[in-house]
Design a protein around this ligand. Structure first.
Ligand code: CTP
Length: 408
């Protein structure tokens, strides 16, 4: 079954469930085909009939209802959803989604969907602030879930604080942004590199760096979400391979160079998020070096080629600059030297930014000198912000507007 532009609205058991009725109404008025899935506890706050009256479609509550009656089961719902929004999302559904629990129709559908999922949490302030909820939130973000954070105000439980369902306008804006991004790279071919290359000293030892690969993997997933055909050229990482992406595994800088040069002739966009080792041992010993034979070990290192500089042609080139000082200035020099359209600079000394973490604070600098500072964001969102810029460059850059599109 193919997607047909349907929005799936999940409603869970919070007093804010009544606001989901207005959300459903606005979505239907805006022309969306709307499937509504309610958890059992949501039906204690609002009846399925209310949503059914708005959508003129069956509202799904029971995982075991006869499919003939509804002609709906979770895989079909998951497949046809263009986007999923859970509003309100309770602490309970967040915990279940973070853990992959699939014990009701909504969890099963979300686990089975490849569509982007937007969560609009609503709960008591202490439940929101609880470290468990915050850990679940971080885990969901790291896995690409989008979040519209709750607002401040007086809560139904009688206290003031953060926990109110976000304004409907904010939820609708976030949904619109997701839908706008969904197909802006359709038919485009994107090559992303990720991870830190490893340069062998002998069969056991190697020179490597601190890159976890998270940014590159987030970029590959984000490009796929936006409809691109994605090749991910990756050095060894501890990350699972993203679904729907062609993965090319390499170890060394020279292997990455070969894989990139092979992939780029067909590409519209190259994003070099990999931390390429600048040097490799001049010779990699064939057998393990024994320390008895080397009271003093001296390694001779030679420069690796600069992959980005070697890539020429009619494509958008995006590089990264991991800097510890003079970030924008150093990034701009790299942008010019490597002939890039865009460079993503980050200060690796700043907490929450750089290697190994799930967040990043970056500055985007383009070849026209435009500098855009982004706040601290999950890497999945940083990836989308980078691709937002790339999507604009694709339509405005003479270099890449040569119709290098590929039908999927
Ligand atoms: N890069 C590359 N080939 C290399 C080294 C780096 O293609 N041999 C790419 C990286 O993937 C990144 C950009 O160039 O997109 C900048 O990498 P970075 O390590 O910050 O800069 P370097 O050019 O290596 O300069 P330096 O390490 O001296 O800061």
């Amino acid at each position: 079954m193919t997607r047909d532009g349907t929005v799936l609205l999940g409603v869970t058991g919070s007093i804010a469930a009544y606001k989901a009725v207005e959300l459903a109404s606005r979505l239907v008025q805006g022309g969306a085909k709307l499937d509504v899935v309610m958890t059992d506890s949501a039906t204690r706050f609002v009846t399925p009939l209310t949503f059914q009256s708005i959508t003129h479609r069956p509202v799904i509550t029971d995982m075991f209802a006869t499919p003939e009656e509804y002609d709906i089961e979770h895989i079909a719902l998951a497949e046809r959803a263009e986007v999923v929004v859970v509003a309100p999302a309770t602490a309970n559904i967040m915990a279940k989604l973070a853990a992959g629990i699939a014990d009701d129709m909504l969890c099963c559908t979300i686990l089975a969907t490849r569509a982007p999922v937007l969560l609009a949490p609503a709960m008591n302030v202490h439940m929101w602030e609880n470290a468990i909820t915050q850990e679940n939130l971080a885990r969901l973000r790291a896995r690409g879930f989008k979040i519209v954070e709750p607002g401040y105000g007086s809560l139904a439980c009688g206290v003031e604080g953060k926990g109110r369902l976000a304004d409907l306008e904010d939820i609708l804006t976030a949904l619109r942004q997701i839908l706008d991004r969904r197909s802006d790279l359709a038919g485009r071919s994107v090559v992303v590199t990720a991870g830190g290359t490893q340069e062998p000293i002998d069969p056991v030892r190697l020179i490597c760096n601190r890159s976890s690969g998270k940014m590159g993997y987030a970029l590959a997933e984000a490009a796929r979400e936006r409809g691109a055909r994605v090749t991910l050229i990756t050095a060894p990482t501890a990350l699972p391979a993203p679904i729907g992406v062609e993965v090319v595994r390499i170890q060394t800088a020279l292997q990455m160079r070969e894989a990139v040069l092979k992939a780029v002739p067909d590409a519209d966009i190259l994003v070099m998020a990999a931390a390429v080792a600048d040097y490799r041992p001049a010779t990699a010993a064939k057998s393990k070096l024994k320390k008895e034979e080397y009271p003093l070990m001296q390694l001779e290192l030679i420069r690796n080629p600069d992959i980005l500089s070697e890539v020429k042609g009619n494509l958008i080139k995006v590089g990264f600059a991991a800097e510890s000082e003079n970030m924008v200035q150093n990034a701009t020099i790299k942008l010019k030297n490597k002939g890039l359209h865009l460079i993503v600079a980050n200060d690796i000394t700043e907490p929450g930014s750089g290697f190994g973490v799930d967040t990043d604070r970056v500055v985007l600098v383009d070849s026209r000198g435009k500098v855009k500072e982004l706040p601290l964001l999950p890497k999945s969102e940083v990836a989308h912000k980078i691709l937002d810029e790339v999507a604009v460059l694709l339509t405005t850059s003479a270099g890449a507007s040569g119709g290098r599109t590929h039908q999927q």
